[in-house]
Design a protein around this ligand. Structure first.
Ligand code: CA
Length: 441
């Protein structure tokens, strides 16, 4: 940790003082443009309810030192260039931005009109995808999720024998990753109920969300060269929230023998601000406790540092707002609260495993954790688990019930970190509303 984490640090941007999401200790990166402006976005840093325009900072000579090296990357319409510059440059830029924004910044003291040139209100902006995601991989890192889902489908053998030896994952689809706020059309597809003789085609009836944490790859690794677990965190630029929308009826019919396909690739929503690994430093936690009978990871997935502090203690929450609730002006209701510290596999283990065969990761690649569930019922990160496949429907404040998502439902995911002695930081929102299936005439 360094001076950028100091909880007593104050900022000249008024809304950053006591901000629950974006105080000066957070400084997440994103791609924004002014509302109605059109065209490509540019790199910004969230501060309070404002955005620091990094291209404007470079133009005004506000970012010196190693920060100067990022001028070209900060003028780009995606974070890939900045991600590719590696951990040292990123840390240098964070220190420069922190120094510029702190209350005693000489640049601001000598020029109180500075804010008008380098800040844009978040309310006047729209957030775009933070990176051009070349490849997207989704893991299955919560043993609680895997055990719950496994016990529904295989009561005698909920957890398969490979689970505690390697992080299970599949290659997802990057083209359908959308930023928070993008509507999601109910997918159509094939499904087959147990009673039916043959499958039918139509709108999914068992649409679900999955609450996940995503990580963006930094500089990446050459094809054929694995990333050792000791250096795996250097390959992590930062984190966002991920909603891996899932059509359970399509999934049940298609997933054997090659895994998820059309049940998952119709949309994946991500939160637009990328919270860096540096910002999360005060919230590192030991890798989730394994029981004595669990196997010790093989050497390429094991390190002392990973065991001691490999996890990130991000609290994740899911809220639901139905059309009926909005009509009656009822606030979104919280469905669950879990923690990424409960994941069986850590971010470094996901990176080390992914590259262990020589597979190359590139700047801006997205790796998602899989549904984050904990041991308690209130921490289950999808409706499949919360309603136990529809057997235990939820009741909303309007009296409506839910087994799975209905048209008009809006799923809102939030994430934050807090502990004594550190400033609370947030991830912002990952939001998406379900609209009816587009049925061909
Ligand atoms: Ca998933």
């Amino acid at each position: 940790m360094d001076q950028t984490h100091d909880p007593s640090l104050t900022c000249w941007v008024e809304s950053a003082e006591g901000a629950a999401e974006f105080p000066i200790q957070n400084l997440p990166f994103g791609i924004f443009r002014r509302r109605g402006e059109g065209g490509p976005g540019r790199v910004g840093v969230a501060i309070g309810d404002m955005i620091l325009d990094l291209a404007a900072c470079h133009a005004g000579g506000q970012l010196g030192g190693t920060g100067r090296l990022t001028a070209v990357a900060c003028g780009a319409p995606a974070l890939n260039g900045l991600m590719g510059m590696g951990a040292e440059t990123r840390r240098g830029l964070r220190r420069q931005v922190s120094a510029l924004l702190r209350a005693d910044s000489p640049a601001y003291r000598s020029d109180p009109g500075l804010g008008d040139r380098i800040l844009v209100a978040q309310s006047d902006s729209e957030m775009l995808l933070p990176a051009a995601v070349g490849d997207y991989t989704d893991f299955y890192a919560s043993v609680h999720h895997a055990t719950n889902v496994g016990s529904m489908f295989r009561p005698d053998n909920p957890l398969l024998s490979n689970y505690k030896w390697l992080p299970i994952g599949y290659h997802g689809r990057a083209s359908s990753i959308v930023p928070s706020g993008t509507p999601v059309s109910r997918p159509q597809g094939q499904s087959k109920s147990a009673e039916a003789e043959s499958p039918s085609f139509g709108p999914s009836r068992l649409l679900d969300y999955e609450m996940e944490l995503g990580l963006f790859i930094a500089s990446g690794n050459p094809l054929g060269q694995a990333v050792p677990i000791e250096r795996a965190e250097d390959q992590i630029f930062g984190f966002c929230l991920v909603n891996d929308w899932s059509a359970r009826d399509l999934q049940a019919w298609e997933y054997q023998p090659l895994g998820p396909f059309l049940a998952k690739n119709f949309a994946t929503t991500i939160s637009p601000w990328v919270v860096t690994l540096e910002a999360l430093e005060p919230f590192r936690a030991p890798a989730a406790t394994r029981s004595p009978e669990d196997p010790r990871p093989l050497p390429h997935l094991d390190s002392a540092r990973n065991t001691e502090a490999g996890a990130v203690a991000v609290t994740v929450e899911v809220y639901l707002s139905s059309a009926g609730m909005r009509d009656r002006r009822i606030e979104p209701v919280r469905l669950s609260r879990g923690s990424a510290a409960d994941l069986y596999w850590t971010p470094a283990q996901l990176v080390a495993h992914h590259t262990s065969n020589g597979c190359n990761l590139r700047p801006g690649d997205l790796l998602a954790s899989g549904t984050i569930s904990g041991p308690a019922k209130e921490s289950r990160g999808c409706l499949l688990e919360l309603t136990w496949r529809g057997a235990e429907p939820l009741t909303l404040p309007t009296g409506e019930t839910r087994k799975f998502l209905e048209d008009g439902d809006e799923v809102i995911m939030r994430g934050f970190c807090e502990r004594a002695g550190a400033a609370r930081i947030g991830f912002g929102e990952c939001r998406g509303r379900v609209r009816p299936a587009i049925v061909r005439g």
